[in-house]
Ligand binder design. Structure first.
Ligand SMILES: Cc1cc2nc3c(=O)[nH]c(=O)nc-3n(C[C@H](O)[C@H](O)[C@H](O)COP(=O)(O)OP(=O)(O)OC[C@H]3O[C@@H](n4cnc5c(N)ncnc54)[C@H](O)[C@@H]3O)c2cc1C
Length: 266
């Protein structure tokens, strides 16, 4: 087994110190839960832990649920308040990731900053219209984050989920429970539809034209749903990899977008 070599380990007590260490050199890295970093990096000069920065919390105010970036996935998954919003899709998406041991370790911040194409969370956060708060960059939407060409050299502090009276749907299709998604689909419906498809095999993408089309409809007949699926296939890009072909992914999207729409309009 290959282990990551670490020059020096730091656990700063202020954000400023953590940030300054991070931007000092490209060879310095931040560690969240470390589940991914430890298997993907060979050598790090300065490894900067965020453990001491009090970024492990789930709290709420009138407008948002706020999840600290260092909150582990298991804590989000089992949080009773988070289960109540968007039909519990964030909890469902997390509960499909590996085993409890990994979910106890991996953080929500690391799950976003990895910008993983296979991510089951990014699509869910898209349809929840989540906002991300960074130390230097300030607050940006998850849409803006995905549009950035590079992952920002910054520290993600927290994730804000707007409190809306929306229903949600999430589906992960994978060969086994422990495998990455072949495709994942997230849909929310409050005033409007929001639809995101991930692991296409690219990172989650929002199906904006499909949502606009559905938002202009009042009667969701089979024909309307078929047309919505045509628009989704047309506007999203799909590809083939070792997990599945482009054609199979498109078939899955047709099936689950329809099921998802039916579920959120009930
Ligand atoms: C074996 C395995 C299987 C997995 N399967 C799935 C799956 O099926 N579906 C899925 O969605 N996910 C899956 N994941 C990903 C997992 O859910 C986490 O997203 C991943 O482990 C990253 O979280 P972490 O806390 O471990 O981050 P780390 O490994 O610590 O960090 C990941 C990246 O984010 C950066 N980072 C971490 N926190 C911050 C921060 N606050 N600010 C700035 N940068 C930061 C790190 O520098 C690094 O670049 C899997 C992971 C593993 C190890």
């Amino acid at each position: 087994m290959i282990f990551m070599e670490i020059g020096k380990y730091y656990a700063p007590e202020t954000l400023e110190e953590a940030y300054n260490l991070f931007v000092e050199s490209k060879d310095n890295k931040i560690i969240g839960g470390g589940a991914w970093v430890k298997i993907s990096l060979k050598r790090v000069e300065k490894l900067i832990s965020l453990d001491q920065l009090k970024l492990d919390y789930i709290q709420e105010n009138n407008a948002y649920y706020e999840i600290g970036a260092m909150t582990n996935l298991r804590s989000v998954e089992t949080n009773e308040n988070i289960k109540l919003i968007y039909s519990g899709i964030l909890n469902q998406a997390i509960s499909n990731i590996m085993g409890v041991q990994i979910r106890n370790l991996a953080t929500i911040g690391g799950s976003i900053m990895g910008k993983f194409a296979f991510s089951d969370l990014i699509g869910v956060l898209l349809v929840m219209d989540a906002k991300l708060e960074f130390y230097k960059l300030g607050e940006i939407s998850i849409y803006e984050f995905l549009d950035l060409k590079k992952i920002p050299e910054d520290i993600l502090l927290n994730i804000k989920i707007p409190k809306r009276d929306s229903k949600g749907y999430f589906k992960k299709v994978s060969k086994t429970h422990l495998d990455f998604s072949i495709i994942n689909i997230a849909i929310s419906k409050g005033k409007n539809f929001i639809i995101a498809v991930g692991s296409r095999p690219g990172i989650a993408q929002s199906a904006i034209n499909t949502a606009n089309y559905l938002n202009s409809q009042t009667n969701f007949t089979e024909e309307i749903l078929d047309k919505a699926c045509d628009i989704a296939i047309d506007e999203l890009t799909f590809g083939s990899n070792l997990r599945a072909s482009k054609e199979y992914r498109e078939l899955l999207v047709r099936t689950y977008i329809k099921r998802g729409i039916r579920q959120v309009i009930k």
